[in-house]
Design a protein around this ligand. Structure first.
Ligand SMILES: [Zn+2]
Length: 163
């Protein structure tokens, strides 16, 4: 039988369906005690309405694998950041034509200032690798993604914004 953890890790992110919850790094813990599965997740962007979808997708996948007693817990601290996206996840994004977020590194502890600006980072075109790209719109299909255009190959592409 597939373990509950394996099932939960394979659930796709509703916002970026090329990534699993494991790729995204939102899956914190999966425990199984006497047939009861407790999945702990840290949601991604608080502005994305994906959390309810994740919850029901987790339940549905686990039920399909025979786990019927499932609780999905949400843990908000420490807050998820795009640094938690795994290397495999970043590769999948790029292969899909979406520029992965840059790694930001350790953040100062405590409340995040509201005027926090992203570090200067060159977003590379996922198609040709050029660093000559410009942002067309801060938001695209979802609030998590910006729309950019490559100045070399002239192709528009999406970029998962650093958080
Ligand atoms: Zn390009």
């Amino acid at each position: 039988m597939v373990t509950a953890r394996e099932v939960a890790e394979g659930v796709l992110d509703p916002e970026l369906p090329v990534l699993t919850l494991a790729d995204l790094g939102v899956l914190r813990e999966v425990t199984e005690t006497a047939g009861r599965v407790v999945v702990t997740i840290t949601p991604t962007y608080s502005g994305c309405p994906a959390i309810d979808q994740m919850r029901s997708d987790l339940r549905a996948s686990l039920a399909g694998a025979g786990y019927r007693d499932v609780e999905v817990r949400t843990v908000l601290a420490p807050a998820w950041t795009t640094d938690w996206i795994t290397d495999a996840g970043r590769r999948k994004l790029a292969e899909y034509g979406i520029a992965p977020p840059a790694r930001i590194g350790p953040r100062p502890a405590g409340p995040v200032p509201l005027n926090l600006t992203p570090p200067p980072s060159r977003v590379r075109c996922p198609r040709c690798g050029s660093a000559e790209t410009v942002e067309l719109s801060r938001f695209s299909a979802t609030a998590c993604r910006a729309l950019r255009r490559c100045e070399s190959c002239r192709e528009p592409f999406e970029h998962v914004k650093e958080l």
